[in-house]
Each structure stands twice: as C-alpha cells, then as structure tokens.
Write a protein that binds this ligand. Structure first.
Ligand code: AHM
Ligand code: MG
Length: 345
C-alpha cells in the first residue's frame, strides 16, 4: 500500500509515480505502465479540445468545416479516435471495447497484438458538453484470457474483479486523472502551464462520515418500494449517520469523484420509466465495472442491489446494470432494503 506520507511535499509527475509503482513489481514488463502513460497522454489531448468546446459555434460546429477548412468532429467521436489511435499500434493490446462502438474493436492486422484488453467510455456525460458541465473518460484494463491471435469478446467479458487497472479522467475546473492498479487509488491534476499531471491526491480513501447521496430523484415515482425506502432512509438522522444532503450533477465521473472525496453514495437504480432499459442506465463493462474496482480500492463497495458488481460476469458488451456505489455501510443498507421490500420472501 502506498504511504501517503512518502509523497508529502514532493513534486511527483504521473510518469515518475507509475514507474515507482512498477518497481515494486520486479516481474512487471512495463507494458501496463505504458498503457497508463498513453491514457495520461489521451487525457491531455482530449483536454485540449474540451477546453475549447464552447468555441465550436464560432469556429464551426460538428459535421461542418471550421474556419481553417477542417472537419469539426463531435467531442465524443474525437475522444474515441484519440484513445484508439494511441493504442492500436503499440503491441500492448489484443483488443479494445468502447461505448461508442457496437462490437469489440480489433487491433488492425498490420500491428502486433499484446497481452491486455482496454475497455473505455471515451466521453461520458457528453450531453453536458454544451452546458459547460464537467465530463469524463472511464477506462479499465484486463489481461486477455484467450491465447494468441486477435483478442475476442471473451477477453472483454470478464468480471470487474479481474481488472488489473482502472481509472477515470475528469474534465472539470481542472483536468484530473485518477487510477488504481490494485494498490490504492491515486489522483493527479493536470498543470496546463507545463502539460504535466502532478500527484495531488495520493492514496485516496473514502471519508468515514458520508456526506452526500446522489441520484436522479426525478425518477422517484418509477422506483421500486425498496429504492424509495432507501432514499428516505438516506435523508433521515439514524444511529449510524446524519441525514445526507443531495448532490447530483448528472455526469457520472463528476458525481463519482465528488463522492469519492466527500463521502456518500451514488446510485442509478433500475426504474419502470423506460421498459426498454430494465437494468438501469449505466453500462457494466466500461462504466460500472471500472468505478466499482476503484471504490473498493478506496475502502468502499459497489452493488447492483443484490450482489457485488465486481462479481457479475458480463454477458453482453453494452449490458446495463443498476448501480449503488460509495460508502460500504450505505451500499449494504441499499441491499438490505431491496431484499426486504422488492424480493419475494
Ligand atoms: P452517456 O453514457 O450516454 O453519456 O450517459 C451516462 C450519463 C452519466 O454520466 C450520468 O450518470 C447519467 O447518464 C445521467 O443520467 P440521467 O440524466 O438519467 O440522470
Ligand atoms: Mg457513458
């Protein structure tokens, strides 16, 4: 476990930190380290566009040519292509999978394949871009399970407990990259003046006292009795906690990040509003899975209401899952109330 004190008062770049962590594993080949470097580079490239997002109308909007005569891409398409182009030729990955692509993304046959698979949501919450609200990238890295040749869907459909690394990039007031390789959760803030991510949040642990609950309460009429009872419980003073305040941005990475630092619970339950989405809204493979890995590393827990999200074996790439994530006691209480109210005895 990383000792927070070890880094106190030191100026540490993300490259230095990742390398230090790798040195604790003499068997490491550096391949995973390099994938993480590439995600940090992706973060800088995507940031260079998100900070100019509001200028699209003056400089040309998506699908049009801008004043330089260049095609303007939608930001989520740009993020997708950036992550793909940084990773397709490196020989580190056997395949990729993204929210933006229907099927898994093969490594072009002219490039070598490697031992890992990368799953990602290139720009989550992208409907918030036009309002200048924070957005994020989520990613997870697995070791492939099949041997040789191009990676397959089987390599991607692994339970999140098998992740070797996961992280997110938050494009907010500052850009941050937060990641874990199973040795604590560490956060880095981009200094735009020097173009470096500097260690700002070593070894993040969820605060003991939860502060916030985060949910789209507009859907309350469509929730099950268990989720209704849970929401009421969160608002009340109980022996274990003070009633919590509500905070909801509607941008998963930003909501998750706030609660990781402030303490609390985020949930996106299943609801009866849209019968086409019986499993809630969030996606298991590249949204819920990586964040569940991070929350356990920070001392918390993530559940679909009945079981740990880390243990769910995905059946489909774009499968949705109800998610309750954050403070362990709060998430276990969701499971208890769902058991009590929603499940036949
Ligand atoms: P997206 O993957 O289409 O961007 O949608 C995911 C986003 C999350 O960032 C956020 O938690 C959720 O949708 C908000 O949904 P809602 O508007 O229903 O509350
Ligand atoms: Mg998404």
């Amino acid at each position: 476990m990383t000792d927070t004190q070890e880094y106190h008062g030191k100026l540490v770049t993300i490259e230095r930190f990742i390398l230090d962590q790798q040195q604790a594993h003499p068997e490491a080949t550096g391949t995973l380290t390099n994938i993480l470097y590439d995600m940090a580079l992706a973060a800088k490239i995507i940031t260079s566009k998100t900070t100019r997002a509001g200028l699209a109308e003056i400089l040309g909007s998506a699908g049009e040519e801008n004043v330089q005569g260049e095609e303007v891409q939608k930001l989520d398409v740009f993020a997708q292509r950036t992550i793909f182009r940084l990773n397709d030729h490196t020989g580190r990955l056997a395949a990729m999978a993204s929210e933006e692509e229907e099927a898994i993304i093969p490594i072009p046959s002219r490039f070598p394949v490697g031992p890992y698979v990368l799953v990602f949501d290139p720009l989550d919450g992208s409907s918030n871009i036009d309002m200048n609200v924070s957005i994020g990238t989520i990613f997870g890295i697995y070791r492939r399970t099949t041997e040789g040749g191009p990676g397959t869907l089987e390599d991607v459909l692994q339970p999140a407990r098998n992740l070797v690394a996961a992280g997110y990039i938050l494009y907010g007031a500052s850009t941050m990259m937060v990641y874990s390789t199973g040795n604590g959760v560490h956060g880095f803030t981009l200094d735009p003046a020097i173009g470096e991510f500097l260690l700002s949040h070593p070894n993040i642990k969820l605060p003991v006292k939860p502060k916030y609950y985060s949910v789209n309460q507009g859907y309350q009429p469509f929730w099950t009795p268990g989720v209704q009872a849970y929401t009421e419980w969160l608002q009340q003073d109980t022996p274990e906690k003070k009633g919590l305040s509500l905070r909801y941005i509607g941008s998963l990475v930003a909501d998750f990040h706030r609660n990781l630092l402030s303490g609390g619970v985020f949930y996106y339950p299943a609801d009866s509003k849209d019968p086409k989405k019986p499993g809630g809204k969030l996606r298991l493979v590249y949204e819920a899975g990586p964040l569940s890995f991070l929350i356990e590393q920070a001392g918390g827990y993530a559940s679909d209401g009945t079981q740990a999200i880390l243990d769910i074996v995905p059946e489909r790439l774009h499968q949705r899952v109800p998610m309750f994530i954050g403070d362990r006691n709060l998430v276990e209480q969701a499971e208890a109330l769902i058991r009590q109210h929603d499940q036949p005895a």
